[in-house]
Design a protein around this ligand. Structure first.
Ligand SMILES: *[C@@H]1O[C@H](CO)[C@@H](O)[C@H](O)[C@H]1NC(C)=O
Ligand SMILES: *[C@@H]1O[C@H](CO)[C@@H](O)[C@H](O)[C@H]1NC(C)=O
Length: 270
């Protein structure tokens, strides 16, 4: 009897903990490109502070090294880096249990121009502003912006806003400031999370809905609440079924010795 209760409890706990193993990697300042010696702080933001997330990275030289292990300075839940070109690479947060966060690509240039583009995926329908800047001069010089190798726009002030981004805006962007040089290229990823109505007929049928995963794309509050409540309801249901089975078995075995479940405190209801 006690063992079975314990099993119920363990099942409940493990189901509930599904919702807590979520982390999000954020980059401050929010950019995917940096100049040499820029100060960058990377944070693993988590729902459950006891989960123990580690920031890791792959660069061209080393794979899966963690913050403090030859690079970066751990500072609480963040990792601070004064970046150099060899810090270019893909970064992510990882917990001991396995789940990983979103990944971000950071590029550090020894050149004199960077493109400041969103480091996290952007939502379909949002406006996105790209900034082309030099390290020293004011950040409003005329700049040319390229997507997948082709010139898309020349802007007199170095800013370019893409309104209502769609999947077709996804691609490899770079910019150029005449007399200063060209920036490295960065990917801009567009996700469809904001869409509430089914997309036009060109996309595959409903089966294309991504499966629930524990990678850590930013959840809107609504979907977070929805997820938590769905999982909680499943937990409660499972627990109820187990309890019913347990009580039935107990009643069958020793009817005369039947003991009720541990006392529930009713006083709080009054
Ligand atoms: C990092 O490198 C490891 C080992 O080469 C590889 O298995 C893994 O897929 C890489 N991760 C990313 C995010 O590129
Ligand atoms: C990182 O960059 C590589 C190559 O430039 C690209 O294939 C990959 O999709 C990027 N990953 C992210 C998370 O942006």
């Amino acid at each position: 009897m006690k063992e079975t209760s314990l099993q119920c409890l363990l099942i409940l706990i493990s189901l509930l903990s599904c919702t807590t193993h979520q982390a999000r990697l954020t980059v401050s300042p929010s950019s995917s490109q940096f100049f040499i010696r820029d100060f960058v702080s990377l944070s693993c933001e988590e729902d459950d502070s006891s989960a123990g997330w580690t920031l890791r990275r792959n660069t061209s030289k080393q794979q899966r090294t963690q913050c403090g292990d030859g690079w970066g300075k751990p500072a609480g839940s963040s990792c601070d880096i004064n970046v150099f070109p060899l810090d270019s690479g893909v970064y992510w947060c990882e917990s001991r249990e396995g789940p990983i966060s979103n990944m971000v690509n950071l590029t550090v240039t020894g050149g004199s121009v960077i493109l400041q583009s969103p480091v996290l995926p952007v939502m379909e329908g949002d406006d996105v502003t790209l900034l082309c800047r030099t390290k020293t001069t004011p950040s409003n010089l005329p700049a040319a912006f390229y997507k997948d190798g082709s010139l898309i726009r020349k802007q007199p002030t170095g800013h370019m806003t893409i309104q209502h981004v769609s999947r077709s805006d996804e691609g490899l962007y770079k910019c150029d400031i005449s007399g200063h040089g060209e920036s490295p290229s960065s990917w801009i990823t567009v996700t469809g999370e904001h869409t509430t109505t089914p997309p036009p007929t060109s996309t595959p049928p409903p089966t294309s809905t991504p499966p629930p995963d524990f990678s850590c794309v930013p959840l809107s509050l609504f979907s977070l609440v929805l997820t938590v409540s769905v999982i909680s309801s499943v937990c409660v249901l499972v627990l109820l079924v187990l309890l019913v089975l347990l009580v039935r078995r107990q009643v069958q075995r020793k009817t005369e010795n039947f003991k009720p479940e541990p006392d529930v405190v009713y006083s709080s209801l009054k």
